[in-house]
Design a protein around this ligand. Structure first.
Ligand code: C2E
Ligand code: MG
Ligand code: MG
Length: 668
């Protein structure tokens, strides 16, 4: 609508103007000067930084257009305004719809100013002024105010329509502050109009103050920008984020349709990049990630770096729109990041919180998006939207994680051993080391509860080092007492990308004087598949030491046996979910039978996990040469308890605290 009105206005004024009068007037030199100044003011606006670091530009064309209005009439003023606006839009490659709106609203403002001025000065609307501008400075300033006001209302009206905000709010958004600044600028227009009669030389005296204003505001803007932005990526910093959030809350008004939304993004294992490739590479990754986020951020969103590898996007939208932004963020990282000759795959997790569902102010939204992010990391969900129930859960886990850190130093962790028996002759052939945590307040904490926490936080490295150290020391004692057992130790996925692991294992073996052939390292299929190329390298190096590799929980992942065979493994541990049921479930029996047959044919050692009764032992015995592990044969217990069982090869061991006590632990 504004577009049509604007075009009509421009057409009416331009066709109605007598251009020969415009060209023939005595002040043509001054008019050209004013036109050039107006165009320059439009394409080179003053940069202003508002509170909170938001950047605004202020065009200085208005005073010169106003002066031109007085000197050469409405037609010339509209024409120059249209040219200036068009040029600026072309330079900024604005879409044509936006450009059309810009031209129309400026033209309508100038037409309004022209109407007010000519009416107050008592001259014809389309004529070229015959009375000196100096005589009607008052009328000109009133006209200028009308120009700024019309402009202000048109922009606010369109913003209000586009965002469904009430007009009053949009008017406030469009900044009262900018309105006042414009009015002040208009006085320059008054002066320009007044001195135009004295010629170009006098008008040129206005140039230095305008340039000074440009330079001064540019330097102030630079300082303000530095204080609110991150120097590495150029994105807004944490302070800026809080400001943007509060601002987004204010401008969403009393009718809250949903929003603003907040997406917090954290890069996965960024520390590894930094540690292995150096900080310059780390910095470059952050820069590129920042640039990608900026690229996908929708209109109205703001992107921030909160320090380290954490980024945030404030979205002016509801839950669905915010989640879409989170998906776009992660998708933007699908393509590898190129640094020097490296191609790096950067992955990230995101936490989402949206007002009013997840908080009514910036601080709550921030806290809840953080909890959602933490949840995403823990659950490997990649994107998590805040939910009330995370809260308790997550805080609880955070606390547990903090406790685990101290547990490592205070000796609350210890290792228990679960025996494995050769089902054909009943000999104890191996033990599996399983870590336990005796929490000073909670009592025993299950491995399933804290191992995933440790894996996500990097604490798994010291945990595994502790288990390996303790288990090998125990194995050395068993070997010294003539008990020739193998020792199985569990590894996590993250160890499989740790190139230092083989060396660490070799050193531990030497320290305890146990042969590599008696150490079995257990990994899961999923762990291998999460980064097969690196896992391949690490597993190969471990096997070269003479250590055996076992696939734990076999059957729960989706690796094919032939694939695993290619990885050179030594042992297959069939998951207890198949084994414990073979007496009752015919399908499970078929799966277990064929897996055993295939594994034996591939020359692998087979361990059946989760044997809970005598019938399972009998059934397994008929399927080939199998090693058994499970509650029926022996629960995980302290080394001393196992000593007693081994001593008699019969009897009842005291189950460790936390494991339910069951029947006999016996040889088979
Ligand atoms: P896993 O390696 O498959 O260990 C076997 C788990 O099954 C142990 O649970 C054991 O107590 C349990 N189990 C043994 N026999 C039976 C049975 O007959 N029936 C049933 N229902 N369960 C049985 P735990 O010790 O709670 O360990 C759970 C998981 O935690 C382990 O699964 C392993 O993945 C992980 N884990 C334990 N210790 C460590 C460790 O030191 N390092 C690492 N990275 N992971 C560990
Ligand atoms: Mg295991
Ligand atoms: Mg297992």
């Amino acid at each position: 609508m504004i577009g049509a009105l604007g075009i009509a206005g421009v057409a009416f004024v331009l066709t109605g103007t007598s251009w020969s009068d415009v060209v023939d007037q005595p002040l043509l030199g001054s008019a050209v000067f004013l036109a050039v100044a107006a165009i320059f003011g439009e394409v080179k606006p003053i940069r202003l930084i508002r509170e909170g670091g938001e950047e605004r530009t202020l065009s200085t064309s208005a005073p010169f257009i106003l002066a031109l209005l007085a000197v050469s009439g409405v037609g010339a003023a509209v024409l120059v305004q249209v040219i200036a606006s068009l040029l600026d839009d072309i330079l900024h490659r604005r879409p044509w719809q936006k450009s059309l709106f810009n031209i129309s609203q400026y033209a309508l403002s100038v037409v309004a100013a022209g109407a007010v001025y000519t009416w107050l000065a008592g001259i014809p609307f389309l004529g070229v002024s015959t009375i000196g501008p100096g005589d009607s400075i008052g009328a000109l300033l009133v006209a200028g105010t009308a120009m700024v006001a019309v402009n202000w209302f048109l922009v606010a009206g369109v913003v209000s329509l586009a965002t469904s905000q009430p007009l009053s709010l949009a008017l406030r958004e469009e900044s009262w502050h900018a309105f006042v600044t414009h009015i002040v600028l208009l006085t320059i227009g008054g002066i320009a109009a007044d001195v135009a009669a004295d010629g170009v030389a006098t008008l040129a005296l206005l140039v230095p103050p305008v340039i000074a204003a440009h330079l001064f505001t540019a330097s102030a803007a630079r300082h303000a920008h530095d204080a609110t932005h991150d120097s590495l990526t150029g994105l807004g910093n944490r302070g800026h984020l809080y400001y943007q959030l509060e601002h987004a809350f204010d401008s969403s008004g009393p009718v809250r349709l949903g929003g603003p939304g907040l997406v917090l993004v954290d890069l996965d294992h960024f520390k590894d990049f930094n540690d292995t490739l150096g900080h310059p590479v780390g910095d470059e990754i952050l820069r590129q990630v920042g640039a990608r986020l900026l690229e996908i951020a929708p209109e109205g969103a703001s992107v921030h770096r909160l320090g380290g590898d954490e980024f945030a996007v404030v979205v002016r939208g509801d839950l669905a729109q915010t989640r879409q932004v989170a998906r776009d963020v992660l998708a933007s990282l699908d393509a590898p990041v190129h640094v020097e000759s490296l191609e790096l795959l950067v992955r990230a997790s995101a936490g989402v919180a949206v007002a009013p569902l997840h908080g009514d102010d910036g601080e709550t939204l921030m806290k809840n998006a953080d909890i959602a992010l933490y949840h995403a990391k823990l659950e490997r969900d990649r994107i998590s939207t805040f939910s009330q129930e995370f809260d308790i859960n997550t805080v609880e886990r955070l606390r547990l994680l903090a406790d685990l850190r101290t547990a490592l130093d205070t000796g609350e962790l210890h290792v228990v051993y679960q025996p494995q028996y050769d089902l054909t002759d009943g000999r104890a052939v191996a033990v599996e080391a399983l870590v336990r945590w005796r929490h000073p307040e909670r009592g025993p904490v299950r491995a399933d509860e804290f191992i995933p926490l440790a894996e996500n936080s990097g604490l798994i490295f010291p945990v595994t080092a502790f288990v390996l150290e303790t288990a090998l020391a125990q194995l050395a004692r068993w070997h010294a007492s003539g008990r020739n057992l193998r020792m199985s130790v569990n590894l996590s996925a993250r160890h499989l990308s740790d190139q230092g692991l083989p060396q660490q294992v070799a050193a531990a073996l030497t320290r305890h004087g146990v042969p590599a052939s008696s150490l079995v390292l257990e990994v899961t299929e999923t762990a291998i598949l999460s980064d097969p190329a690196r896992a391949d390298l690490v597993l190969h190096a471990l096997r070269r030491l003479g250590v055996s590799i076992a696939i734990d929980d076999y059957g729960t992942g989706n690796a094919s046996l032939s694939y695993l065979r290619r990885l050179e493994i030594d042992e297959l541990k069939i998951d207890r979910s198949f084994v414990s049921n073979i007496g009752a479930d015919h399908h499970d029996l078929i799966i277990v039978r064929s897996t055993i047959a295939l594994a034996l044919a591939l020359d692998l050692r087979v361990v059946a996990e989760g044997i809970e009764d005598a019938e399972t032992v009998t059934a397994l015995r008929g399927l080939g040469h199998v090693i058994g592990q499970g509650y029926h044969l022996g629960r995980p217990v302290e080394a001393s308890a196992l000593d007693r069982v081994f001593g008699t090869e019969q009897g009842v061991a005291t189950a460790e605290s936390g494991e339910p006590t069951t029947g006999p632990i016996r040889s088979v």
